[in-house]
Write a protein that binds this ligand. Structure first.
Ligand SMILES: Cc1cc2nc3c(=O)[nH]c(=O)nc-3n(C[C@H](O)[C@H](O)[C@H](O)COP(=O)(O)O)c2cc1C
Length: 292
């Protein structure tokens, strides 16, 4: 019997973007890690009616309790609803019909949308890792807002995918190339995998608004503004920044920390500075938390 390569080397090959045609790589999906899910995840829009098992929902809730936020100081509320409860309380356009809906609400504070995207994308990677299909739903609005509820941000639908919730190679993702997203040269080879992870992140209408400038081992993250400024579109694109940073965070094994800096490389005029992804050190965490 052929032996599988060690998980880490297989993951590296996927990150380099080489298409795997050897069927024995299929078996890797049985051993999927969260990092593999960065490449494997795709939006699932058709689901079976069957709900997930109680145990799967319980494990998901436990995972949500352990998620690393972008801003620990921003209060967020995550509610998992059945399709019936979701339909009763939320209006949707072109929404996929799944068994479960995860509704994210948050206090409105600087970075609230990026924070929601950062948290939501980590949930999506968890779902893909566990062979559960999911899709962001930006075209949702609450029917009635009751007093005391946090402002609504976005919904993720999830459940048993009608077909595979995974793609087998990064080539299958319809994404811009790295040189279209990174302004200037990539300053350090160790950044390639992280930038590729950001590149593969989902975005509203696949608009891919996130841009990067690198210096040494730092990644400066920018958002390209839409040609026509519509509030809802800009809000979605701030969430997109969060999904890209979540992919970078997971690809770095949690070793990147995202901070707002006063000094950053000047971006092109249509880009707005968002965050800097720095390499993790204990001192930075202490500084970051004291600033919040
Ligand atoms: C913030 C956000 C909002 C989105 N809203 C919707 C939506 O309302 N309906 C939908 O079908 N897909 C939605 N998507 C999914 C994107 O269309 C999808 O990520 C993109 O086309 C890339 O495809 P992929 O996720 O399969 O790689 C959204 C994605 C993000 C990040």
């Amino acid at each position: 019997m052929r032996r599988l390569p060690p998980k880490s080397s297989a993951c590296k090959t996927f990150f380099r973007g080489e298409r795997q045609t050897d069927p024995y790589y299929d078996r890797l999906w049985f051993f999927m890690t969260r990092k593999d899910a960065i490449i494997a995840r795709r939006s699932v829009r058709t689901y079976t009616e069957e709900p997930l098992k109680d145990n799967q929902l319980l494990e998901l809730r436990k995972f949500i309790g352990t998620i690393h936020p972008l801003h620990a100081s921003i209060k967020i509320n995550i509610n998992i609803l059945s399709r019936a409860d979701f339909a009763k309380n939320y209006r949707t356009t072109f929404s996929a019909k799944a068994a479960h809906y995860l509704v994210i609400r948050s206090v409105k504070k600087e970075g609230w949308l990026e924070n929601a995207g950062f948290i939501g994308q980590q949930i999506m990677l968890y779902l893909t890792e566990h062979d559960i299909g999911s899709c962001w739903l930006g075209m949702v609005s609450p029917k009635n807002e009751s007093a005391g509820q946090l402002p609504y941000v976005i919904t993720i639908c999830f459940g048993r995918a009608d077909n595979s919730p995974m793609r087998r190679s990064p080539d299958e993702a319809n994404r811009k190339l790295l040189h279209e997203l990174v302004i200037g040269k990539i300053s350090h080879p160790s950044l390639l995998d992280l930038l590729n992870a950001g590149r593969l992140a989902p975005s509203s209408m696949n608009s891919q608004p996130v841009r990067y400038i690198t210096e040494s081992t730092n990644i400066y993250v920018y958002r390209k503004r839409p040609l026509i400024s519509i509030n809802k579109l800009e809000d979605m694109q701030c969430i997109d920044v969060g999904t890209a940073m979540a992919n970078i965070f997971v690809a770095s094994d949690g070793k990147r920390i995202f901070v707002k800096e006063k000094n950053y490389p000047t971006p092109p005029s249509n880009c707005i500075y968002e965050y800097t992804a720095l390499e993790y050190s204990e001192d930075m965490v202490a500084d970051h938390e004291s600033e919040e």
